[in-house]
Write a protein of this length. Structure first.
Length: 136
């Protein structure tokens, strides 16, 4: 994956196809918490930052509305992001961000750096875990 933009601007499309597994859990880093849901977004063609703001973040908010009782309010305390290449020996990029304030340029820079691995047939993934706590 050269992750070369095929267009410019905020809707820039990347040549790469990414898989993005994600999970939503209660409690920081799921400590003594429970997994609320998990899913995988496959074959993403938008830059991860654009996919996040246009599709995934609204989808996660809707999942929480459906899964949690209406009288229960939660807030995101942190988000863990792991950028990885399947079937690769080098270390993954693992980052933690406050709330849901993901520094997407850091994530996308790593994907671009691994572009030649995508072209060699390796799968690139961005794994997200959002951790929520109850609002008192």
């Amino acid at each position: 994956m050269n992750c070369v933009k095929t267009s410019s601007g905020p809707q820039a499309v990347y040549e790469a196809y990414l898989a993005c597994p994600w999970a939503v859990g209660r409690g920081p880093a799921h400590l003594s918490g429970t997994l609320v849901t998990k899913d995988t977004e496959q074959d993403l063609v938008l830059a991860p930052s654009q996919y996040w703001s246009l599709y995934l973040q609204p989808k996660l908010e809707e999942v929480l509305r459906k899964k949690l009782p209406p009288n229960r309010q939660v807030k995101v305390v942190d988000t863990n992001v792991v950028v990885l290449v399947k079937e690769r020996l080098e270390q993954d990029l693992t980052k933690r961000f406050d709330k849901a304030e993901i520094d997407w340029p850091v994530v996308e820079k790593q994907l671009i750096a691994w572009g030649e691995l995508f072209h060699a047939g390796k799968k690139l993934m961005v794994d997200l875990s959002l951790n929520y706590v109850d609002i008192d």
